[in-house]
Design a protein around this ligand. Structure first.
Ligand SMILES: [Fe+2]
Length: 264
């Protein structure tokens, strides 16, 4: 009798620690006292109910995770649509966000960055200029190559506005930092924070290369589109002070091998 109770207690202790491997049901058969059998049956029932609830909980967590992913995806598409809507205010930048995202993704893949990093960089490409949504009409209508101090001050604000708009969307993670730093230059003369070299996140440096290349190869209010080779030449000229030389070199190889984006 003592042995029987001790064995049962040991099984109950194991169960309390989450070890369900001991078969409590062996105590529910004949050969055991009625009281032991009743305890074993009650514990067996309890374990079945606990396992059922655990399974239901696991399913619920999985559903919530899927729902969370869907919400993130929908939010991203909504914010992305707003970013793309900039094209409605400025015909020269139509398709710019998508092309910068595509070029940035290609460069990230060529650099063998992880899937997560590549995704963050691609997302920041779509959203990098969303802060321009607050530009006054005079900035969008400006066609002078030399901009006034006033307009330049407004232009310099857009990465800050981009951060302000995106900062509530925590799931964007480092993509916010990349977008906010896409006008920083490696010699420290960029904006908004004057970051230099390694202070600038790699994602932002990649964006900067893609952003410059697309700006040079598309017609803007202040310039006609340049050829691919001319654009790569210009990127090389500004690498070392504005852009990261290794990224420019890798990007040039990518463009020469696989061509330009055609999305408009
Ligand atoms: Fe920008």
């Amino acid at each position: 009798m003592i042995d029987e109770v001790d064995k049962l207690i040991k099984i109950l202790e194991d169960i309390s620690l989450g070890d369900y491997s001991n078969d409590i049901m062996t105590f529910t058969t004949g050969g055991h006292s009625k009281r032991i059998q009743r305890i074993a049956e009650a514990v067996g029932m309890m374990m079945v109910k606990v396992e059922t609830r655990e399974f239901a909980l696991k399913l619920m967590v999985e559903q919530l995770q899927k729902l969370n992913e869907t919400i993130k995806e929908n939010t991203l598409q909504t914010v992305g649509s707003i970013a793309k809507a900039l094209g409605a205010r400025d015909k020269y930048t139509e398709g710019h966000a998508e092309r910068v995202a595509a070029y940035s993704k290609r460069l990230a893949l060529r650099l063998n960055l992880s899937t997560k990093e590549t995704h963050d960089i691609q997302v920041s490409g779509v959203l990098h200029d969303i802060g321009k949504i607050g530009f006054s009409d005079q900035v969008f209508e400006n066609s002078d190559t030399k901009v006034s101090h006033e307009i330049f001050a407004e232009i310099r604000q857009h990465p800050i506005r981009t951060r302000q708009i995106l900062q509530g969307l925590e799931f964007l993670g480092p993509a916010i930092d990349y977008a906010a730093a896409h006008h920083e230059k490696i010699d420290g003369t960029g904006y908004p924070d004057g970051l230099a070299g390694d202070q600038i996140p790699l994602g932002a440096k990649i964006l900067a290369v893609a952003d410059c290349f697309d700006a040079i190869t598309t017609t803007r209010s202040y310039q006609a589109a340049r050829s691919t080779e001319k654009a790569l030449e210009l990127l090389k000229e500004i690498s070392g002070n504005h852009l990261d030389p290794f990224l420019v070199k890798t990007f040039s190889e990518e463009i020469r091998e696989n061509g330009m984006e055609t999305k408009t």
